[in-house]
Design a protein around this ligand. Structure first.
Ligand SMILES: Nc1c(NC[C@H](O)[C@H](O)[C@H](O)CO)[nH]c(=O)[nH]c1=O
Ligand SMILES: CC(=O)[C@@H](O)COP(=O)(O)O
Length: 157
């Protein structure tokens, strides 16, 4: 029986794209810092990281698809912070963004990590952007390297 688990430490030569929403930038800046810092810790060279800033979460998927089709990156991290307001807009931004990114990672050329926070309060978001609940950006950094390595192993079966 062959069992495959991705090796995060094998990220030295990987090219990673990060698409980050500017909306709620106080939170998304922290997510970005976490992602970049973890990529560096995992051996990804700074020259092999490209960061694309988009207006809001709803714009992330289109840019992810554009970056994936470019062939310039091996994997992508999508970062954002959608925080509930007074109207139904939250629901539709979350639903649309989630559906589009799920399709992008399932059907696209490269794996896409879902680092878009969707919270009821600012506190919940800050807790997950370097606070007491960790940093979703850093989590996505290790996740993308793990997925890339396991897919390499699959291709060598
Ligand atoms: N309310 C939030 C938004 N709203 C903006 C949308 O994402 C989009 O940019 C706009 O509707 C134009 O298409 N975006 C977030 O990232 N976070 C929010 O809390
Ligand atoms: C997630 C949103 O779009 C939301 O922050 C917008 O706030 P509101 O629903 O009060 O317009």
């Amino acid at each position: 029986m062959k069992e495959i688990t991705g090796n995060i430490a094998a990220g030295q030569n990987k090219k990673i794209g990060i698409v980050v929403a500017q909306f709620n930038g106080v939170v998304t800046d922290r997510l970005l810092e976490g992602a970049i810092g973890q990529l560096h810790k995992s051996g990804v060279k700074d020259d092999n990281i490209v960061v694309v800033h988009v207006p809001g979460a709803f714009e992330i998927a289109r840019t992810v698809n554009c970056l994936a089709k470019s062939g310039k990156v091996d994997g992508i991290i999508a970062l954002g912070a959608v925080i509930r307001g007074a109207t139904a807009h939250f629901t539709y931004v979350c639903e649309g963004t989630t559906a589009q990114l799920a399709a992008a990672t399932a059907n696209g050329k490269v794996p896409v990590m879902f680092g878009v926070l969707m919270t009821d309060t600012v506190e919940q978001a800050t807790d997950r952007a370097g606070g007491k609940a960790g940093n979703k950006g850093a989590e996505c950094a290790t996740d993308v390297l793990e997925v890339l390595n396991l897919e390499e192993q699959i291709n060598q079966i």
